[in-house]
Write a protein that binds this ligand. Structure first.
Ligand code: ADP
Ligand code: ASP
Ligand code: MG
Length: 412
């Protein structure tokens, strides 16, 4: 029988009623003749609560125990979903990641899936089971420890299962009815896209559009998984939601496809470091060894052999970054006058494949921001995106102004 993967995010399994509703959607697909793999998230808010407990217990926690704790939310929903399906007379059972087993790297709290053996679940399908409910977000390391895939990781579990089982489609059920031109929580002018190209979705996700985890889009692109985002709160047809697809499958698109934002950014500036070969390597090796995810980097013009180095990282990694840089300074490995952390910044980005062939997008973006009196602190660009770091208090305003200026509320 053809296999379908259906993933339900936190709000779609937030309570028993919603689990029943989701299970009914699964029942519809089973009745059509699919064997279904259901991937579930934890109930909404649960993972945040678990992370909070870990941080309160141990601020610079052992990541292996963090994973042991935060993976548990998905175990509850997987069992409840299987029970709900059984109550509907749909043959179903649950699997935790290690039981499949979802084999991952040992990079705790941000592990990557390396392999998903299919024989175990396939054998059950052969025996008449119709739904395999799998706890998302979790796996097992080569050392036999429980791992998690990074926040939003159930999306990646879903796409990885779709690839491993050659599923006909991977449906991501969430609290919005598709991928929008920008986060619909920021402007009601956001427009739902019927289709979006993998590359654009990849950029939007990595720049903060959390509707899909970045890694899930990467996997879908690599393994040619038919990926769809749709609402678990509405009745659905086979063409509902947004299809993430190849660029060639989209007829017309705007130069800018979407605007993304990322609220929890920090701008870190090292004042007066030596301007000589090896200094950048020293700084960024220390940060990477400490597990800091550096994003933007700018080096100022130097004066008398000294320069300032600015980088951005997530706000919750500022303490790690400060400690790593203070440690190498104390050991004599790096000399700097001061490290200034600005935790009140946000990143706003415009993304579109059309930028490859159209000029003037950056100029227009900067003009729009200056028109709103918004100062740009750092800029980075790639072939299909432009990102700026700005004061966080202007983030919503910037997104709305850019959405208006690039006329994203109108289809191409
Ligand atoms: P789930 O719990 O189902 O995984 P998430 O909260 O992770 O759901 O992702 C869905 C949310 O992503 C939406 O509620 C929306 O606020 C946000 N979002 C951000 N950018 C976009 C976008 N471009 N299109 C749709 N949703 C977006
Ligand atoms: N529950 C996890 C999180 O909140 C994984 C997910 O929902 O995708 O990050
Ligand atoms: Mg999510």
């Amino acid at each position: 029988m053809p296999v379908l993967v259906m993933k339900f995010g936190g709000t779609s399994v937030a309570n028993l009623d919603r689990i029943r509703r989701a299970a009914k959607r699964v029942g519809v697909e089973v009745a059509k003749g699919y064997d279904v793999i259901v991937i579930v998230s934890a109930m909404s808010g649960k993972t945040n609560e678990l992370v909070g407990w870990v941080e309160e217990t141990s601020p610079l926690f052992d990541a292996r125990e963090y994973d042991a704790v935060v993976s548990s939310g998905e175990n509850v929903t997987a069992g409840l979903m299987a029970l709900t399906l059984q109550e509907m007379d749909v043959p179903a059972r649950s699997w935790q990641g290690w039981q499949v087993p979802v084999k991952t790297t040992s990079a705790h709290s941000s592990a990557r899936i390396e392999e998903i053996p299919t024989d175990n679940i396939k054998a059950k399908f052969d025996q008449g089971m119709r739904v395999a409910v799998v706890a998302g977000f979790q796996g097992i390391s080569p050392e036999g420890r429980i791992t998690t895939l990074g926040r939003g990781g159930s999306d990646t579990t879903a796409v990885a299962f779709a690839a491993a089982f050659g599923a006909e489609r991977c449906d991501i059920y969430t609290d919005v009815d598709g991928v929008y031109t920008t986060d619909p929580r920021i402007t009601d002018k956001a427009r739902k896209l019927d289709r979006i190209a993998f590359e654009e979705m990849l950029e939007l996700a990595s720049l903060g559009a959390k509707v899909l985890q970045t890694r899930s889009v990467e996997l879908a692109m690599r393994y040619k998984v038919k990926l769809r985002v749709l609402s678990s709160f509405e009745e659905q047809s086979d063409t509902a939601g947004t299809l993430v697809c190849d660029e060639d499958d989209i007829m017309e698109s705007n130069v800018v496809a979407g605007v993304a934002h990322s609220r929890d950014e920090a701008k870190m500036t090292l004042l007066s470091v030596a301007d000589r070969p090896g200094i950048a390597a020293t700084i960024f090796t220390a940060l990477s060894d400490a597990g800091v995810n550096v994003d933007m980097i700018v080096q100022n013009i130097s004066e008398e052999g000294r320069t300032d180095m600015t980088f951005s990282c997530p706000t919750d990694q500022v303490a790690r970054a400060e400690k790593a840089l203070a440690d190498i300074k104390a050991k004599g490995g790096l000399n700097f006058a001061e490290l200034i952390a600005d935790k009140n910044v946000a990143k706003v980005s415009v993304v579109g494949i059309g930028m490859r062939s159209h000029t003037g997008v950056a100029a227009k973006m900067f003009k729009v921001l200056s028109g709103e009196g918004i100062n740009i602190k750092v800029i980075t660009t790639s072939e299909i995106k432009i990102s700026v770091l700005i004061d966080r208090k202007y983030m919503e305003l910037a997104v709305q102004a850019l959405h208006d200026a690039f006329e994203l509320d109108k289809a191409a």
